[in-house]
Write a protein that binds this ligand. Structure first.
Ligand SMILES: O=P(O)(O)OC[C@H]1O[C@](O)(COP(=O)(O)O)[C@@H](O)[C@@H]1O
Ligand SMILES: [Mg+2]
Ligand SMILES: [Mg+2]
Length: 350
């Protein structure tokens, strides 16, 4: 196989280039390398499936182990969380970390040197797909620890997405891929299992502004707000309808897989507010799902919104805060936002 120039670039070499260019420092480079190595370990566990005894629910038979989200944890949720914790706790590049699977943020023990970064992660995304061998992933976001703070606590993580210095995800699918941004475009790396290295396979991912593909869990339709009903109704009306073109639908139910498809060929992914999840503010989490995906998508020329506000400008109020999500091709996200604005304007006067 002739290796194109891109493929000869390993993740390590790419990070050294970014450091030489002054866009990242040694601590952030180390942090990314440590997270990438942890994801390789998770990839091996995921790849083993039933042979590795990692499928199924955590907890004991009949007694599910629940996380702060009120969701039953899968064995791989717990194992992936442990792998990321163990890999990062001693590194000297962090002041604290937080995870979907942990109630509160995890301070770095006094015995270890501390760094200036805060790491947030969804250790295993797409948990409902684990036992059925469909792509799952890990999502992560990096923030700076506020100056003068040595013992990071939950409130120090509550920074808007615009403050992220790095974001990424790995997908554990037919191949294991790492998609990363440090604020200089979004790039994809594929794990070369023989060598054990992530090799760059796409430099500068670019999302087409227009799309004919949408992803949403249609089974929630009757619970959606009116603007969302109208927006999707018009998509489904196709070229005979106000949008004047036919749209196709996809829904993997693993955010990493749906967003990876969009970063690769365009589309829009949405998990809107519905009357079921409204009391919680939405289904997906701002800090370790929506914000990192928004940074990656915006760096690839796409857009991300709550439907009413640019995602990365949302001021967080809680570590596990949930938000409505519209993310993907710029013009299509703008269209979804327009439907919400038109509704809110016409209803505000009433
Ligand atoms: O089950 P639904 O309603 O289709 O929701 C699927 C969504 O839930 C998630 O699985 C939530 O993430 P976790 O698996 O990390 O809890 C997303 O990956 C996915 O987009
Ligand atoms: Mg998730
Ligand atoms: Mg998860």
């Amino acid at each position: 196989m002739s290796s194109s120039p891109t493929q000869s670039i390993s993740l390590t070499r790419y990070l050294i280039e970014e450091q030489r260019a002054g866009r990242i420092n040694a601590d952030l480079r180390l942090l990314i390398e440590v997270v990438a190595r942890a994801c390789k370990t998770i990839s091996i566990a995921v790849g083993k499936g039933a042979l590795g005894g990692v499928l199924g629910d955590a907890g004991t038979p009949g007694v599910a182990s629940m996380n702060i989200q009120g969701e039953a944890q899968k064995k791989l949720d717990v194992l992936s969380n442990e792998i990321l914790l163990e890999a990062n706790a001693w590194g000297g590049h962090l002041a604290g970390l937080a995870s979907e699977e942990m109630d509160t943020s995890h301070p770095i023990p006094d015995v270890y040197p501390r760094g200036n970064y805060l790491l947030l992660f969804d250790p295993l995304d797409g948990s409902s797909n684990i036992d059925v061998n469909i792509s799952v992933g890990t999502i992560f976001s990096v923030l700076r620890c506020p100056d003068g703070v040595t013992n990071a606590a939950d409130e120090h993580f509550l920074q808007p997405g615009t403050q992220q210095v790095c974001a990424g995800y790995t997908t554990y699918g037919p191949s294991t891929m790492l998609v990363l941004t440090v604020g200089n475009g979004t790039h994809a790396f594929t794990l070369d299992r023989e060598v054990g290295s992530f090799m760059m396979t796409t430099r500068g991912m670019s999302i087409p502004e227009e799309t004919k593909e949408f992803a949403v869990n249609m089974s929630n339709q009757r619970f959606w707000e009116p603007p969302m009903q109208r927006y999707v109704g018009d998509l489904l009306s196709g070229k005979e309808g106000p949008r004047g073109k036919d749209f196709n639908m996809r829904w993997v139910a693993s955010m990493v897989a749906d967003v990876h498809r969009i970063l690769t060929r365009g589309g829009i992914f949405s998990y809107p507010l519905d009357s079921k999840c409204a009391p919680k503010g939405g289904k997906l989490r701002l800090m370790y799902e929506a914000n990192p995906m928004s940074f990656l998508v915006e760096q690839a020329g796409g857009a991300a919104s709550t439907g009413r506000q640019r995602m990365m400008e949302v001021q967080p109020t809680g570590l596990h805060q949930r938000v409505p999500v519209f993310i993907g091709s710029k013009k299509e996200v703008e269209a979804a936002v327009r439907y919400h604005a038109e509704h809110d304007t016409s209803h505000s006067s009433k």
